[in-house]
Design a protein around this ligand. Structure first.
Ligand SMILES: Cc1cc2nc3c(=O)[nH]c(=O)nc-3n(C[C@H](O)[C@H](O)[C@H](O)COP(=O)(O)OP(=O)(O)OC[C@H]3O[C@@H](n4cnc5c(N)ncnc54)[C@H](O)[C@@H]3O)c2cc1C
Length: 381
């Protein structure tokens, strides 16, 4: 199980925070998670409770209501979400995917307007890049924002697969804009109360059922001039920078998910008796779990090393892609091998290992597919 004392990067403050996060999730999320899975989303109350405990956006500077903590506090939150099996809580999408764009590229006025609410959990954030016809190929997006005479923008288009989409109050939307005669991507802050904003279906997924994943529609939304985030036309560069953080967070989360798979399987293998022997007594079981333990140990050292580089500002896009590719493929392998040791019970969704297997599957798709990671790495060689 995750233990900060053997991890050089993490100090006593992280261990204290980890204990707080763990107890919060065990108390406020685990008992409700089955119901949230049936309902297709979590409650607003748990977001606000998490905000009150400092679980949301821990790195937001104090001037805007945050704790100004180092990003390892964010890592602690995602690892604990994975450990608890509370995949429905889209906290990392909010804190690590969406809000950093506002912190890094927002004006003072934009930050003062939005950041206190995202820290408290009163405002839930999402990022909308993907469209029905373009996911990996972001430059192929069709959503367009056209500058108006008053300096504002007219936003038209649609997005799909947007995490937190049903609950979001603030959506960071990527859209094509014309800059000096050329089509370039820009980012916009969309208030979900804007006229012309519509949420489509909460999509029915293979796993992660308690997290809402949605279609979003922008029907000629009039955005004010200050909805533009950063410079017009710089959106693609901002996304590339943001994806480094997103991919390191995914990598850390995948190691914690693999660790949970091992803990669940060990528990089962100690209890299950087959042909008069404990499942764990079979050499096959021990060999499978030995490989799992090897992957987790190697993976944790590897990811912690990259996290240290990231903290020091020296982790580039290629290395973040390597971390995402390796850890997401590893957790897929681990979840599959562990599920096999449960036999038929492993296929029953009432068993956490079945849900973990379905959760692990999306890691090779969302946040950039394995093929896109290989393409990025390959181009750097
Ligand atoms: C549960 C879930 C949550 C998500 N949350 C969000 C979110 O919050 N916000 C958001 O904007 N998006 C989100 N996404 C979208 C996700 O990022 C995309 O699904 C992903 O980037 C792939 O895009 P696509 O689905 O359009 O697949 P496509 O791009 O159509 O890919 C199809 C296939 O082509 C392959 N391919 C693509 N490019 C190459 C290449 N260069 N070489 C070889 N093969 C290639 C892919 O790997 C894949 O196998 C989410 C997706 C899921 C499933």
């Amino acid at each position: 199980m995750i233990d900060d004392t053997s991890r050089h990067l993490f100090g006593e403050d992280h261990a204290i925070f980890r204990a707080q996060v763990r107890s919060f999730l065990d108390r406020e999320a685990v008992p409700h998670h089955d119901r949230w899975e049936r309902e297709g989303m979590v409650s607003r109350a748990v977001w606000q409770a998490a905000g009150a405990q400092g679980l949301l956006c821990p790195t937001v500077p104090e001037a805007y209501g945050g704790a100004g903590a180092d990003p390892l506090f964010s890592v602690v939150v995602v690892e604990e979400l994975a450990r608890a099996g509370t995949s429905g809580l889209g906290f990392w999408v909010h804190s690590e995917m969406a809000v950093p764009y506002l912190v890094n590229f927002g004006t003072e006025a934009q930050k003062h307007r939005w950041l206190p609410g995202v820290v408290s959990g009163d405002t839930i954030a999402a990022v909308a890049m993907t469209e029905p016809d373009s996911g990996s190929d972001l430059r192929g997006m069709r959503t367009r924002a056209t500058r108006q005479a008053d300096g504002g923008w007219l936003l038209k288009g649609q997005k799909v697969f947007i995490s937190n989409g049903q609950m979001a109050d603030l959506v960071i939307v990527a859209a094509k804009t014309e800059v000096e005669g050329k089509d370039r991507i820009s980012l916009f802050l969309l208030d979900a109360r804007s006229e012309g904003f519509r949420r489509g279906r909460n999509l029915d997924k293979l796993g992660v059922h308690a997290q809402d994943t949605s279609e979003l529609f922008f029907d000629d939304i009039r955005l004010p001039p200050d909805a533009l985030l950063g410079e017009a036309g710089e959106g693609f560069a901002y996304l590339r920078r943001g994806l480094v953080r997103e991919r390191m967070i995914i990598a850390a989360s995948c190691i914690a998910k693999a660790e949970r798979a091992l803990a669940l399987t060990l528990d089962h293998a100690r209890q299950r008796r087959i042909f008069g022997r404990m499942l764990l007594d079979y050499q096959n079981t021990r060999f499978v779990l030995a490989d799992v333990a090897r992957d987790i140990t190697v993976g944790r050292e590897f990811v912690d090393g990259f996290l240290a580089r990231w903290l020091a500002g020296g982790l580039d896009e290629t290395n973040a892609a390597i971390a995402k590719l390796w850890t997401t493929e590893m957790v897929g392998r681990v979840a599959d091998a562990c599920l096999q040791l449960f036999g038929g019970w492993g296929y029953m969704t009432e068993y956490p290992i079945a849900r973990l297997w379905a959760e692990a599957r999306v890691e090779r798709i969302a946040g950039g597919t394995s093929e896109v990671m290989r393409d990025l790495i390959g181009r750097s060689l």
